[in-house]
Design a protein around this ligand. Structure first.
Ligand SMILES: [Fe+2]
Length: 259
């Protein structure tokens, strides 16, 4: 039987931001009840471990402990509506909603591993394993290892195997390069392509890399003017699904606290 997959794009949770968007995403999930939930990575922003920002004025005051606290708080806010639905179903002695949950680690989570690699005395104390995403029910996939679910490859970004760098080009160019259906995050835009293959099947490629409401200072006005939201794949089977998209604005209007 075909399944419904929800892809939660980069949520980039960091301290000192209103995290109510995470609750709204959780309410949306609890309402739609997809069979599979994939978080495509970069949930923990880990701005304190950004080597790019180190030494800049914007870096002042950043703390690992605050990054971890914010990331866990954001995850808890997203999961609570799902846990509430499950609890109510259990109380009513109904079959509880039990989605398959996949988390693809992003480059932002991987900052913790890179830090421990550069500072070996922190090994076992700071790293992606210590984020313990499993406690929320996620099956965690290492950074850049695709999770293949019903024939769709989910990964934070597609990388050139020789350089490890993200592939450039639009969604169709990347689909032609890798030759199989995929959904990735990382790039803050929405780009989608479909193509038929010679065997009469279909393939899909989606880049959906932002689901947070705030602007990033480093990106300037034009850089911040991009799609924010989620991807749903309907009727997924054998490496293809029919896509629909929902904006974070819509989710917050309909499922947010003030809705
Ligand atoms: Fe990323």
């Amino acid at each position: 039987m075909s399944k419904k997959h929800l892809v939660v794009a980069d949520t980039q949770v960091k301290p000192n931001h209103d995290l109510s968007y995470m609750s709204a995403i959780g309410e949306y999930i609890a309402h739609k009840k997809p069979d599979v939930i994939v978080h495509i990575g970069d949930h923990f922003d880990m701005e304190s471990l950004s080597s790019y920002d180190k030494g800049k004025k914007s870096f002042e005051g950043r703390r690992v402990v605050d990054d971890l606290k914010a990331g866990h708080e954001g995850m808890r806010l997203m999961m609570e509506p799902i846990w509430r639905v499950q609890e109510n179903q259990r109380k009513a002695k109904k079959k509880a909603y039990n989605p398959e949950m996949i988390f693809c680690l992003g480059n932002h989570e991987s900052r913790a591993d890179r830090f421990a690699n550069d500072n070996p005395e922190f090994t076992g104390f700071l790293g992606t394993a210590q984020l313990n995403l499993e406690q929320y029910g996620w099956s965690v996939y290492p950074f850049l290892k695709p999770a293949v679910i019903d024939g769709i490859n989910y990964v934070h970004y597609l990388a050139n195997p020789f350089t490890g760098k993200p592939y450039g080009g639009n969604a169709l160019m990347q689909l032609k390069t890798v030759g199989c259906s995929y959904v990735v995050g990382h790039k803050q835009l929405l780009d989608v392509c479909l193509r038929p293959t010679l065997d009469g099947k279909m393939q899909i490629g989606i880049i959906n890399g932002a689901c947070y409401p705030f602007d990033e200072d480093y990106k300037g006005h034009q850089g911040n003017n991009h799609f924010r939201g989620l991807t749903m794949l309907h009727e997924v089977e054998d490496g293809f699904g029919l896509p629909s998209f929902v904006s974070l604005d819509f989710i917050m209007d309909k499922y947010g606290k003030s809705a």
